[in-house]
Design a protein around this ligand. Structure first.
Ligand SMILES: Nc1ncnc2c1ncn2[C@@H]1O[C@H](COP(=O)(O)OP(=O)(O)O)[C@@H](O)[C@H]1O
Ligand SMILES: [Mg+2]
Length: 424
């Protein structure tokens, strides 16, 4: 069968790589793909991004299944367009994708269904927002309502920072429409984890747990990024905590959406903050898999992903049991010079070793031109190492990272430190 993966990042390379391992697959198209998907003979890049044009392509090529990676086409309604034409696609409808595309929608939803999250209020009026901040005090968190590619949240440790964030979004319109409304919420302390499940409208299938590193520099310092590394499993998510998150957050979310008349299908990702007592609260929802969490998760998945996806689009996920590699998978992101503010493009990349049982390199911001591989975006590669211990997985990842070269490469040396420090 033929399959289409929509997107061009490391997440999509990892999904396509895993789907391609199925014996049932003839060709996997990736739209638009990257230098890594261009190199893999089982994958074929196609230069289309417009959802309706993609649906035309799927009909012409008789592609049986489409999997969507990023949030932007989901929020634009790619799933609605495909379903209207009777095409099978895994992802949420435009309406369901509001869980991610509007933070105000998500907060109101969680409030309505008693799903644990930070206390909040939403504003479009500048003065009212300033007054609320003055009344609440710092630390406090300011979030643009709409999609902002990871740049829409300011965790303000002081009142000055908080007021400046409101001015940036509401007065100076620095984030455009995405920042025309802001959610202002209570600061939550604790440790973050990513909790990702597949939903077929009714049945919920949890994926392996994971944790990522958002900050650019070692010791979780420096600016926020799209993610500098991630690993699976996340030891903080004990079986007890897993059960609690399912009971208090995931199941009420899926049931709540159905009650509100918006059936949720697709990947559902709850960003969690777990406090010192082990109590989880929801920071946000994403309605797709995480990047870079997908890379270590796919590296551990043993089950045929094509079969899983078929059950997901047919509403039979209750019959699926996932099998995972018991090892830890550690993904280290190599980013371009200037990332995250102004990533440089066009640096030649050399030294990527072939995949081994202990390591695989997924591409993100890369491009292949005349057989030359160059940087083409902020996060360039995600190198995943696998090992029986966290330490060994880390070693296998960094052994590969050290073989790869491009000018100005930035990467952290301490990916996985929380998992390493944890006493079992
Ligand atoms: N209420 C909060 N308290 C403390 N930190 C927060 C809070 N909300 C978000 N953050 C921090 O900001 C980051 C980004 O926020 P998030 O809601 O995940 O938005 P997005 O991923 O859309 O940028 C989180 O990963 C977390 O580190
Ligand atoms: Mg987030």
């Amino acid at each position: 069968m033929k399959i289409l993966v929509v997107g061009s990042g490391g997440r999509e390379h990892a999904l396509a790589w895993k789907l391609a391992q199925s014996e049932r697959v003839q060709t996997i198209f990736v739209a638009p793909g990257n230098g890594g998907t261009a190199t893999d003979i089982r994958l074929k890049n196609i230069d289309i991004t417009d959802p309706a044009t993609l649906a035309d392509f799927v009909q012409q090529e008789q592609i049986e299944l489409t999997v969507v990676g990023p949030e932007v086409p989901l929020a634009a309604g790619i799933v609605n367009i495909f379903r209207d034409r009777g095409l099978k696609i895994f992802g949420p409808s435009k309406e369901a994708a509001q869980l991610e595309s509007s933070k105000d929608f998500a907060k109101a939803f969680m409030h309505r269904h008693q799903i644990p999250t930070a206390e909040y209020q939403t504003f479009s009026d500048v003065q009212a927002a300033h007054d609320y901040i003055s009344a609440k005090g710092a630390p406090i968190v300011i979030k643009a309502d709409g999609l902002a590619a990871g740049k829409g949240v300011v965790v303000a440790m002081s009142l000055d920072e908080a007021h400046a964030a409101v001015d940036m979004m509401l007065s100076d319109n620095k984030l455009g429409d995405a920042g025309a409304r802001v959610v202002i919420e209570e600061f939550l302390a604790g440790e973050e984890a990513s909790f990702i499940v597949m939903v077929d409208g009714k049945n919920i299938l949890p994926l392996a747990t994971s944790q990522d590193h958002k900050r650019l520099l070692d010791n979780d310092e420096g600016p926020n990024t799209g993610g500098m590394g991630a690993y699976s499993p996340a030891p903080i998510v004990t079986p007890q905590l897993h059960a609690r998150v399912m009971r208090e957050i995931i199941v009420p979310t899926v049931q709540g959406m159905a009650k509100d008349g918006i059936v949720f299908t697709g990947f559902l990702y709850a960003g969690l903050m777990i406090d010192e007592h082990g109590t989880p609260k929801t920071l946000e929802f994403n309605c797709r898999m995480g990047d870079p969490e997908t890379q270590p998760i796919m590296a551990r998945l043993k089950t045929d992903l094509v079969n899983v996806m078929e059950h997901a689009v047919n509403g039979t996920l209750d019959t699926v049991e996932l099998e995972w590699d018991r090892r830890t998978a550690m993904g280290v992101v190599m980013a371009a010079a200037g990332y995250p503010d102004a990533p440089r493009k066009g640096d030649k990349i050399t030294g990527i070793p072939t995949e081994t049982p202990d390591s695989v390199t997924f591409h993100a911001g890369t491009v292949l031109n005349d057989k030359v591989l160059s940087t083409n975006g902020g996060r360039v590669l995600c190198v995943v190492g696998l090992g029986d211990t966290v330490k060994l997985a880390q070693k296998h990842a960094y052994d590969v990272v050290e073989k790869i070269h491009f000018d100005g490469a930035q990467y952290r040396r301490d990916i996985g430190w929380r998992a390493l420090n944890r006493k079992h």
